[in-house]
Design a protein around this ligand. Structure first.
Ligand code: SF4
Length: 63
């Protein structure tokens, strides 16, 4: 699984990094970055949760 954050859409709320810190981290521009190439199997559910919880739907998941 891969995860992507649309930098133009992200409003920097920090929710994804809170829900799934294995995959998402806030950067200096106060948007979220994906910090792994491939989402680890044990973090897949949390990554989906983060995507579902993003208030502006900035996260896309490629299964
Ligand atoms: S949850 Fe969405 S808006 Fe909030 S930091 Fe993550 S990608 Fe950005």
């Amino acid at each position: 699984m891969k995860a992507y954050v649309d930098q133009d859409t992200c409003i920097g709320c920090g929710l994804c990094a809170e829900i799934c810190p294995e995959v998402f981290a806030m950067n200096d521009q106060m948007t979220a970055d994906v910090i792994v190439e491939i989402v680890p199997a044990e973090a897949e559910d949390a990554a989906r949760d983060a995507s579902d919880s993003c208030p502006v739907s900035a996260i896309s998941i490629e299964e």
